[in-house]
Design a protein around this ligand. Structure first.
Ligand code: ADP
Ligand code: MG
Length: 681
């Protein structure tokens, strides 16, 4: 039987059933997976030291002859230690082996080996504890260090990889078509496998890495593009713009130039007969909702249905509250469908949707369930889209035969990530705030000044304005003793400092119905002060709320604080945000003071990125992307662009990747596609 990349790992010489089970823990099922189990580092064996020159305190390779194998000595706890004396013309050194009788047994006195490990002891009496041992002839270039699992040593994995590389036929195919490899100066796969596992030099490893990074990014790009294109070029309803004058007149304000431009972009897209794929990016409070409303009007006036999806029930309800009067003014019927819609009501709405008796449906993920059918869906709007996974968006788009897609986001993301997440989405930026907005004054205080801050908040409430107090916690957490949970805090405030005011409590553990009730009371002005956790972070819009106190501000990321602060400053009144933190750390104070200086979400995100590093700020998980094994979205920007371009050209020529030179890549894409489908939000 010839070995292929698809051969079950257990049939590889030296593996067998038991080790195959261990391999499965590493995600290795087939020979191809083993070859893609890439080293996380290398040990440099290319320039071993002589004993005298081996640097103390450093990990390095020493070439030496075994002089005396010594014998095993028992030490406490059933452990055994074996001291071996090695040396060369320049000196001798000791090696200690713990519980590794087999390694020592394999050593031959008089034979030369390479020993790798940290050199301890003194200049005159050097020692390496638990060294790795390499026969002289095996020790060329760099030796791979693998991610491990109990029961599989690095040596074993390296040996299995070597066996596989030797047994695979020279004519092993390549997932990357030759033209692509030539075009981007990439090595072929057999070379890449050899060079990434057993490189002769750092340069050779880099050449191999570059190829795998490209392959990974190309596979991801193809999967996302295919997802978006739905496998075939689709047509979508060519809509006629409605009477915009009537729309403008129905609004209580006049639109900013940026809003008008975004609406013009949308109108142009939706009249083309091809699906719109547009992202509206605008900072918090820039007025994205009304832009979406324009698109909705265009779709529904054209006799089609529109769906708007928000990440939380609160937000969905808010959109419904603000959009339904506008819709009614134009003779459109709208409904709200969320997880907490009563079952009978749900059934009624679903029936009406399928019959075309509802024009606009607003909701949460509930809109994604398989039994929601549309009569004639033409437009899907996704608000605060970064909260949804790629797959969720695609699922909703898949509901219509061919739909226009509009996504709205306040989250500034670096270009690398946006290329991946939005791919070929067109972009409209709302870079202008509505007229009359005043900058939000932002202060940083510690808890000594809490009472004064309360007094300041009360002054605002007395003038008929509203405010927020944000707490990081819902319930008491013994690990965070200094932090007051929102529930307790709200009680204390309602009975104490704010006993003459109407205080409401909002947090994520409330039932949806309770949340909706509190929010309704806050919208109506009945609740003057809302004590809340970060559930108000996205989208909540109560322009009469102009003051916010954020407790434990150091516990939030800057982007999150910017979003939270964006709940105020939404009208023409002056707004104030008070960040409360007792942290004495200069880094924390520096980070928080960025918010005092800037109101610009892009600037703030950039500063945050600089301070915290990209890893945790733009976590891929929140975007619903599968984890990347080797590529790095920040470092590999140039390759990502090349991969995106290649993916587009490839799919233009071969939309389902069925030609012989694309088939292998197509299978790889399908495998990833499954993974994206299973990826949680
Ligand atoms: P976001 O972009 O954060 O989603 P919203 O769409 O919620 O912002 O709008 C924020 C607030 O600004 C809302 O109260 C909205 O009615 C108001 N608004 C939107 N556009 C304008 C405008 N051109 N002039 C004045 N107020 C506006
Ligand atoms: Mg919004």
């Amino acid at each position: 039987m010839t070995l292929t990349l698809d051969t079950d790992i257990q049939y590889l010489k030296g593996v067998g059933q038991k080790r195959a089970a261990l391999y499965r823990r590493l995600g290795v099922y087939r020979v191809g997976d083993l070859l893609r189990h890439l080293p996380r580092d290398y040990i440099d064996l290319s320039a071993p030291f002589e004993v005298a020159a081996a640097p103390l305190g450093e990990r390095c390779a020493v070439r030496a002859k075994v002089l005396n194998k010594g014998s095993e000595a028992r030490i406490r706890g059933g452990l055994s230690i074996w001291k071996v004396l090695v040396g060369d013309d320049t000196g001798v050194m000791n090696l200690s082996f713990f519980n590794t009788r087999y390694t020592v047994a394999g050593l031959k006195e008089g034979e030369e080996y390479l020993f790798y490990g940290r050199v301890d002891g003194t200049l005159l009496s050097k020692e390496i504890r638990s060294p790795m041992v390499f026969p002289k002839e095996e020790a060329v270039g760099l030796y791979p260090v693998y991610p491990l699992t109990a029961g599989l040593s690095g040596r074993m994995i390296a040996a299995h990889v070597r066996t596989a590389l030797e047994a695979l036929p020279q004519s092993l195919g390549d997932v990357l078509p030759e033209a692509v490899r030539r075009g981007h100066n990439l090595c072929d796969s057999l070379f890449a496998f050899r060079a990434i596992h057993f490189p002769h030099s750092v340069e050779e490893a880099a050449i191999a890495r570059r190829r795998f990074i490209f392959e990974e990014l190309l596979t991801l790009s193809l999967a996302l593009l295919k997802l978006r294109r739905g496998g075939i070029e689709r047509s979508a309803p060519a809509l006629t713009p409605p009477d915009w004058t009537a729309f403008y007149q129905a609004l209580p304000f006049s639109l900013t130039g940026a809003q008008q431009r975004a609406i013009a972009d949308i109108a142009a897209d939706m009249s083309q007969g091809r699906p719109m794929n547009r992202l509206i990016q605008g900072d918090v409070g820039s007025g994205k909702t009304v832009v979406a409303a324009a698109g909705i009007l265009m779709a529904c006036k054209g006799g089609f249905q529109a769906a708007m999806m928000a990440p939380t029930e609160i937000l969905a309800a808010q959109h419904h509250r603000s959009l339904s009067p506008l819709c009614e003014g134009f003779g459109l019927r709208s409904a709200l469908l969320t997880g907490s819609t009563p079952a009978a009501e749900k059934r009624r709405i679903k029936k009406a949707l399928a019959a075309g008796e509802i024009d606009l449906i607003i909701g949460t993920h509930a809109l994604l369930t398989a039994d929601v059918d549309f009569h004639k869906l033409a437009l899907v709007v996704t608000d605060e889209q970064h909260r949804f996974g790629v797959a969720q968006r695609a699922a909703l788009s898949g509901k219509g035969q061919a739909v226009h897609t509009l996504v709205m986001s306040a989250t500034p993301i670096p270009r690398t990530l946006s290329l991946i997440i939005y791919g070929d989405l067109d972009l409209s930026v709302i870079d202008e705030l509505p007229a009359g907005r005043q900058p939000i004054e932002t202060y940083l205080i510690d808890s000594d000044k809490r009472d004064r801050a309360f007094g300041y908040i009360k002054k605002h409430l007395d003038r008929g304005l509203q405010g927020y107090i944000i707490c990081p916690l819902v319930e008491e957490n013994p690990d965070l003793p200094g932090l007051i949970p929102a529930t307790l805090y709200a009680e204390e405030l309602a009975a104490g400092a704010f006993r003459d005011y109407r205080v409401g409590l909002l947090h994520g553990k409330l039932r949806p119905k309770e949340k909706a009730e509190v929010m309704a009371r806050f919208y109506s002005g009945e609740v003057q002060l809302l004590v809340a956790t970060t559930v108000v972070e996205v989208g909540v819009d109560v322009p009469n709320a102009v003051i916010m106190l954020i407790e434990g501000a150091e516990r939030f990321g800057l982007g999150q604080l910017h979003q939270l602060r964006g709940r105020i400053g939404r009208g023409s009144a002056r707004s104030t945000c008070i960040l409360l933190s007792d942290s004495k750390s200069p880094e924390v104070r520096e980070r928080l003071s960025i918010l005092r200086r800037s109101q610009n979400g892009f600037e703030i995100a950039e500063a945050d990125l600089r301070l915290r590093g990209p890893g945790d700020f733009f976590g891929q998980r929140q975007h619903g992307l599968p984890p990347l094994k080797i590529a790095d979205l920040v470092d590999d920007m140039a390759l990502l662009e090349a991969a995106q371009q290649t993916a587009q050209n490839m799919l233009d020529a071969d939309p389902v990747l069925e030609t012989p030179e694309h088939r292998a890549l197509g299978r790889q894409v399908d495998a990833l596609f499954d993974q994206i489908g299973a990826a949680p939000n």
